[in-house]
Write a protein that binds this ligand. Structure first.
Ligand code: CMC
Length: 421
């Protein structure tokens, strides 16, 4: 007989089956809990709640394992391009040479947006944060491509996916060009997807631009490392918005907003801002370590800690190595980076951080690389979004194909009881 869990409540015993994943992760299937017992579970932040079955990404936070469709993140970073990883996440297998060529061609063909989108961009003030602008422009794509997508139609789904992968980097680069007052660039079809990310952001009208191999290599790794991370805040947002049968673009636009927050993707920007303010305050890292540990002080060491990784963040290991290589290759000597190193060393020795299993996460080092590559701080989270796009698409598609019910948690009401005026 398969495993089950028994729950005793008001002298009655109820039985709930155990569900088991392909990597032996186990959960209690409580689908009938309320119907049987009248009880709900209470789990703020969903720390113990599995919201779906998923065959996309496997993550083991205790052992620091991250795999996309069964392939380790370490191997993918060494051997694959970002666009191959995108194909893998969305379609389930790495592409053959022919499939890859077709995929790249389709993306190139679709690398244009309606010129009228520029008027939406124009209406934002220059000081608008690029993540807010990106979320709005992604949503704006719907108005220019209003056909709803039948998820059962492979052709329609593919068309929507290609459209989004092709147009999203254009919109992302425009958020940067807008802040800088630069003319808006389009992709150069002679370049690869990752080269085009750099091209569209940095190419100036009066100068040649050839993305350096260091820049492209680092970007490729960073985008792959951010490509999916199972049911994180932004991905859960994409799935829950999509569960109301809202379209792909609307769901991804919501995902961009969720990613923006400093406890999620916005942490990479927050890390550099924190390091800069420590530097401006005299560079006393011990003072900031004390603040981070003081329960009366809201300050947190940005770039440390993770909901799932309680040993190390495998993405952080790869990025730390890449950061060291990039800094060495570019011969960069940055006092802010020295502060980062001191904080890292102090935190790794400190019982507060050791006891709570708080290690540097992906955002601690990604901000450092982006800064070294000359990417402006306010664009860091946009770079994260560019990487996360295939994950959002894959998770949205899986959710729709599995016909998941609309996401709608319950609550424990703690407000006033019935009363009259
Ligand atoms: N600095 C100081 N203390 C911390 C930190 C930190 N960065 N992170 C967690 N703690 C403490 C927290 O105060 C709590 O202490 P206590 O048990 O004494 O009350 C304990 O560690 C557990 O923290 P939590 O907030 O319950 O953990 P969580 O799983 O809810 O939060 C987190 C995870 C990532 C939101 C949190 O660690 C954090 O705020 N980190 C800083 C922001 C950051 O770097 N975010 C990027 C996450 S990785 C990128 C991504 O996937 O989005």
């Amino acid at each position: 007989m398969s495993d089950s869990v028994k729950l005793t409540y008001q002298n009655k015993t109820f039985e709930f089956p155990i569900v088991e994943g392909s990597e032996n992760e186990k959960g209690i299937d409580i689908k009938t809990l309320r119907a049987q017992t009248g009880l709900i579970t209470f789990d703020p932040g969903f720390k113990n709640t599995g919201s779906c079955n998923s065959g996309i990404t496997f993550l083991n936070g205790e052992e620091g394992i991250l795999r996309y469709r069964g392939y380790s993140i370490e191997e993918l970073c060494e051997k694959a391009s970002f666009i191959e990883v995108a194909f893998l996440l969305i379609f389930g297998e790495l592409p053959t040479e022919k499939e890859l060529a077709l995929f790249n061609n389709e993306i190139r063909e679709d690398s244009l947006v309606d010129e009228d989108l520029k008027s939406i961009l124009k209406s934002f003030p220059k000081a608008a944060h690029p993540m807010g602008v990106l979320s709005s422009l992604t949503s704006g794509l719907i108005a220019f491509n209003p056909n709803s997508v039948d998820v059962e139609s492979e052709a329609e789904m593919r068309e929507a996916i290609i459209m989004l992968i092709a147009k999203f980097p254009i919109l992302a680069s425009w958020t940067h060009r807008k802040v800088k007052g630069l003319p808006l660039n389009y992709a150069n079809t002679a370049l690869s997807y990752v080269e085009n990310v750099a091209h569209m952001m940095f190419k100036l009208p009066h100068q040649d631009f050839k993305p350096s191999p260091v820049l492209v290599g680092a970007l490729n790794k960073l985008l792959i490392l951010h490509a999916d991370h199972e049911q994180n805040c932004s991905t859960s947002t994409v799935r829950i918005v999509g569960s109301s049968q809202a379209g792909l673009f609307a769901s991804v636009s919501a995902g961009v907003s969720a990613l923006w927050g400093p406890l999620h993707g916005g942490a990479n920007q927050a890390v550099i801002e924190m390091l800069e303010s420590i530097q401006a305050d005299g560079g006393d890292t011990k003072k900031y370590m004390a603040k981070a540990k003081d329960k009366n002080d809201p300050f947190r060491l940005m770039g440390f800690g993770h909901r799932v990784y309680k040993n190390f963040d495998p993405r952080a290991r790869i990025i730390k190595k890449a950061a060291d290589e990039v800094l060495q290759e570019l011969g960069i000597n940055d006092p802010v980076l020295e502060i980062a190193k001191s904080l890292e060393q102090e935190a790794l020795r400190d019982p507060y951080f050791i006891d709570r299993k708080l290690y540097p996460n992906v955002d601690f080092y990604s901000g450092i690389i982006y800064r070294a590559l000359g990417i402006p701080t306010e664009m860091f989270t946009v770079m994260f979004a560019l990487g996360r796009l295939p994950g959002w698409i894959a998770q949205w598609l899986e959710m729709r194909k599995n016909n998941e019910p609309i996401g709608r948690p319950r609550q424990i009401y703690t407000g006033k009881q019935n009363r009259s005026i």
